[in-house]
Design a protein around this ligand. Sequence first.
Ligand code: XLS
Ligand code: MG
Length: 345
Amino acid sequence: MEKYGYRFSFGPWNIHEGADPFGPPVRAGWTFADKLSAYKNLGYDAVQFHDDDVVPDMAELTPQQIRWAAQEMHKKLNAAGLATDFVAPRLWEHPLTIDGAYTANDATARQYAWDRSKICIDIAREMHSDLIVLWLAREGTYLREAKDVPQAMERLIAAVNMMLSYDPDIRIAIEPKPNEPVDLAYIPTIGHALALGAQTQDPSRVGVVMESAHAVLAGLDPADEIGFALAFGKLWNVHLNDQNGLKYDQDRSFGSVNLRGAFNQVRVLEENKYAEIGFVGMDVKALRTQPADLATKHLRNSLDVFLRLVGLVRSLDKKRVNDLLAARDYEELDWLILNHLLRDA
Ligand code: XLS
Ligand code: MG
């Protein structure tokens, strides 16, 4: 398969059992070993990890035992010919993080978040990765009066500074999302994430992850969010997927809802040589209706759509585009793009 120099990743959570807030799992779970062996067959090169995807029983282990377990996982990954894309602290499931992690009102909860973040960094280093992704899931409020925004920003900056000091080599990529699980998240967009990074002690080590569905949920265009981050050299990862409007977070296959939107995400990545920057992550989930033995097709579809769109970006008549820009004939440009997308493969 021609991959145009791109390298692809997904997380173990992207092969899942189909549970949603209203119903239980509908498919048998895969073992981690089975998931690992699916990566190469599906054309993927790297694994996105949460800390407890690497060391599932981390809560019961000492820091040294956690390091050993991560070393074991790294060996498994090597044997499968895969790399680590990033490691992210899972700060949204523990009872102490019910009201947030770094911004919780309870000091014990904030301490838990700091301790766990350090362990996550230890794990990333054992996995030979310098990239920590922070999806700030519960940093926000359900109730406006529950927290103080400037104080929450101070706490977020302090947490990022603590991580930057803990390991002088790690980079942190903040993944914004406007809502879900909380009603009002503190870091809803790429702009917010960049502003936060700029206030830290080493902005050069703080960047962003753009997830398509999260941008759509914020009412923004994912391609523009990508372009905005690229303009500042801050796009260190992407989580491509799709989202049918302002609903629950759907993690639909890339391009399956808005193919032209997907084309424009690929176009901006191509034009700015993202292939040289980072992995193309697919943060996609199979529809709940999908039978267990057919539950990886969303990963196949997403990668295939991406690569075919790269082909379409490359074969677009750039001279014609420039002529139409000069003539300000955007209707003809619209027609050119539509015809290009609708042409026979
Ligand atoms: C959830 C997030 C999560 C992050 C990694 O919406 O996308 O999967 O990518 O913590
Ligand atoms: Mg994501």
